[in-house]
Design a protein around this ligand. Structure first.
Ligand SMILES: Cc1cc2nc3c(=O)[nH]c(=O)nc-3n(C[C@H](O)[C@H](O)[C@H](O)COP(=O)(O)OP(=O)(O)OC[C@H]3O[C@@H](n4cnc5c(N)ncnc54)[C@H](O)[C@@H]3O)c2cc1C
Length: 393
């Protein structure tokens, strides 16, 4: 026996993209159902991004979920860049009159889930085998299995917000989609620890042994990364060794201020640039990591999910409010214009700051020349700053 349901927008995935879209649609009077393959505890506990552009923070405010963000978010006016133990600062406020806010993706997710479950509509947790049907028709359907029963949900539109490994992008016929991809030959080994950060701003370090990043989630919780090989074995990286390597790469000043402690999370993430285009097929619209991935060096992944949602919500509400289809028709083109610029910025930051070559090579000298120019040119610093704080929607 199949249970039947109906909604305006069927949303696959309760990550930041799916949850924010559902929330904004609700505020515009559009109903949705979110299908999520994992349980709530898993989704709320997933440690990921932490730097929010001003546009993302504004969107969360518009969504009415920014009370805690305003109380607990750490406003950052700039970042520090360390090259071979010499540092310089990119002052966002001075260069762009804008800032970023450090607030963990886990917290964004918790705030959005709390709002959703406060009466906005259902999240179906543990929805297994979600399958998309009839996306070329005016009545697409989602089928899934939950609580031992088969379910069918008829929708006007489907939003594929199910991340890079989700089912949405894979449901688009191969000949209707183009993929653009770069897989980097290294990864990031990240640790999360309940120790105060070594700096009140993020530190990006280029070192002969590889890239390092000092970041944080709160005044008492630090997030650090080091560039590592893709074949690294986490068992060969006890906490003490990670701290030692961080101190070496981040430079003597940061090392002197660094508090070490046991890692509460430790993982290795590969780095990838990826875009699938177009971001729409029939009545299926992709948003967030389902359509694109950036290496985390530019802190853009979560922020791109937010800008996609902004464009998609605007297009859907124009359809329901004014019977307009032009914004839906232009969604992919509009979203991709911003996506490609963030892809460029993330690729550029990654290429400039990581160890890619033998230090004596021509390419390594080009990296150092680029950083030297950045250190001394206000124009170059402004270009970095305006991309980092987020290009306009
Ligand atoms: C390890 C890691 C570290 C990162 N660090 C940073 C960072 O420092 N800065 C930054 O900006 N970005 C970072 N990112 C990227 C950022 O976290 C993502 O860009 C962001 O989560 C995108 O949100 P999303 O909602 O599009 O996708 P996701 O967060 O991936 O959410 C997708 C949701 O869909 C669900 N789902 C998947 N398949 C199905 C299915 N078949 N049926 C139902 N549900 C499904 C998933 O369980 C998940 O809940 C990181 C990503 C990873 C993986």
């Amino acid at each position: 026996m199949v249970s039947q349901g109906r909604t305006q927008v069927g949303i696959i995935g309760a990550g930041p993209a799916g949850l924010l879209l559902a929330r904004l649609l609700k505020l515009h009077g559009v109903e949705s159902v979110i299908l999520e393959q994992r349980d709530r505890a898993y989704v709320e506990g997933r440690v990921r991004a932490g730097v929010l552009e001003q546009g993302t923070a504004s969107l969360l405010e518009e969504a009415g979920v920014a009370d805690r963000l305003k109380r607990e978010g750490l406003v950052h006016d700039g970042i520090e860049i360390v090259v071979r133990d010499r540092s310089f600062r990119i002052d966002f406020r001075d260069l762009t009159d804008k800032t970023v806010v450090v607030y963990g993706q886990t917290e964004v997710t918790k705030d959005l889930i709390a709002a959703r479950l406060g009466g906005d509509g259902p999240i179906v947790w543990n929805a297994a085998n979600v399958t998309i049907h009839d996306i070329d028709s005016a009545r697409p359907r989602l089928t899934y299995r939950c609580d031992g029963q088969e379910h069918e949900l008829t929708c006007d539109f489907i939003a594929g917000c199910d991340g890079f490994h989700g089912v949405s992008r894979q449901s688009i016929p191969a000949n209707a989609l183009r993929h653009f991809e770069r897989v980097y030959p290294f990864g990031w080994l990240g640790i999360l620890a309940d120790v105060p950060p070594c700096s009140h701003e993020l530190i990006y370090a280029k070192h002969a042994r590889g890239f390092a990043l000092a970041s944080m989630r709160s005044p008492t919780r630090s997030r650090y990364y080091i560039q590592c090989s893709l074949y690294e074995d986490l068992d060969e990286w006890p906490d003490a060794l990670v701290w030692e390597e961080l101190k070496r790469r981040l430079g003597s000043e940061a090392a002197a201020r660094m508090t070490t402690g046991p890692a509460i999370e430790k993982s290795i993430a590969p780095l990838r640039s990826f875009v699938a285009a177009p971001m729409r097929h029939g009545r299926l619209f992709l948003a967030g990591d389902a359509a694109h991935i950036v290496p985390p060096t530019g802190a853009k992944g979560l922020n791109l999910a937010a800008s996609d949602v902004y464009y998609l919500c605007r297009a859907l509400t124009a359809f329901y409010g004014d019977k307009r289809t032009d914004l839906l028709d232009r969604y992919s083109e509009t979203a991709l214009a911003r996506v490609w610029k963030a892809e460029r910025f993330s690729w550029w930051m990654t290429t400039m700051l990581h160890k890619l070559h033998d230090e004596t090579s021509f390419e390594a000298q080009m990296q150092l020349a680029e950083l030297d120019y950045l250190a001394s040119s206000r124009a170059a610093q402004t270009a970095l700053a305006e991309n980092y704080v987020g290009l306009p929607y």
